[in-house]
Design a protein around this ligand. Sequence first.
Ligand SMILES: *Cc1c(COP(=O)(O)O)cnc(C)c1O
Length: 486
Amino acid sequence: MYDEQAECGRLTELLGQLGEHLDQFLLFEHPDAMKDADSWKAALGGALPVSGIGAEQVITEMGAYLIPNGSQIPNPGCTSFITTGATSIGVLATLSGAVAAPQRLGLTAFNFLEGLSLQWMAEMFDLPVEMKGVYSSGGSVANLVALGAARQWAFEQRGFDPARDGLQAPCRIYASSASHHTIHRSAAVLGMGRNSVTAIPTDKQGRLNLTALKQQLQADTSKNSVPVAIVANAGSTDTGAIDPLLEMGKLAREYKIWFHVDGAYGLPGILDPQVHSLYDGLSLADSVTVDPHKWLGAPVGIGATYVRDYGLLRRAFTQEEASYLEGSCAEDDGGKNSMDSLGIPYYDFGVELSAPSRGAVVWALIKEIGRSGLKDRVCRHNAMARQVADQVRLHPNLELVLEPSLSICCFRFVTDQYGDLNELNRRIHRQLVKNGKNIPSTTLFDGILAIRPCFVGARTDWHHASELVDEVIEIGTQLLSKRKTQ
Ligand SMILES: *Cc1c(COP(=O)(O)O)cnc(C)c1O
């Protein structure tokens, strides 16, 4: 019953209907999805539809049962994940790509923005000038692409082509124990194995311990394995700690090892003058990753990898030419038509062929508020974490677990009237989640269970920080008095 005629010109009207439901959702006046899951499951579910109900009716059902039962992640008080709610322009740019350039390929304005936005981000985040980027679905794949480049480089130095011929020797990757698990998974997918990742301990601030790294490198020099990469966090996921980039970069040079900086979360932090110097050493990086779907407020599905040499990426990830693809383009004709060329062959620089136009989204995000708007956001969020730390220092029942580096602050409720403080803080966290206003996550730092807000959402503002601390105090105090009266 798909009606081609009726499809023409429908988006204006349907978008209007959908937009109302989405704006309503963003007020967060609805109950949490799990309050009454049976009713929406019944309404949305049922048997395979034999005949359709039409687009309007689908949108009505979306508005009634689907959208209001979505995620807490876009809730401005939800500071639990680093991925966050997308900004409106990010959503709309994504939609534009879905309609007007379903592939990033071709000589289109969308393809042009793929390269331009990567360049803008490189400039905004002070990456080495020769660095070039490629988009992928997020930090997981961005790290995979970076480590694929590292693997290619390490083996080429020794006269092998690992992408073509496979691995000729066991590999070693050095990363702090606070590194993201996608580093290990990348090592597994790239054939090096999760065990190739050597965990270097962290110091009291959650940063990689340099002495331990030096000792490990020294001890490994005689080993018959290939050192593939030294991986640094520019903002670790659990605490936001920034590893000593300059010293790690120098060690990487000294030992002729690829230096990868994982800035999936924290790279935009470089915009904050108060922490800018922590990024010294970024200039020594051979690869850098950043996730626009975190601090930049893009819809989930956008990560970026930067390297100095596209040639290396191509050798690491090329899919051999296909007659139906490159073969059907005619660049020699002068490129007069958008179908005459595939544009920059991003599909050879990563693991995706079909991929959405992500560049237009990042372009729109930057274009809307500029570098200064993004800088304001990053500075505000970092300052909010410091404000939480200040509030914590002032209260006798709160303890700072770790001084914030970026926009994450780890703290906990303390008292000598409750035995297991980890259990107490876990209970406080469960109550925060139940209340549904301020929803941080928790993390374990040095065996201590900390309440961990991570401020990254564009709609997350000062009052969310202070309200969270107040609520922790309130719940902690209530739990204590309950215990006394029991
Ligand atoms: C979030 C994160 C990742 C993984 O990114 P996804 O986009 O979730 O795949 C990798 N590294 C760090 C440091 C991160 O914070």
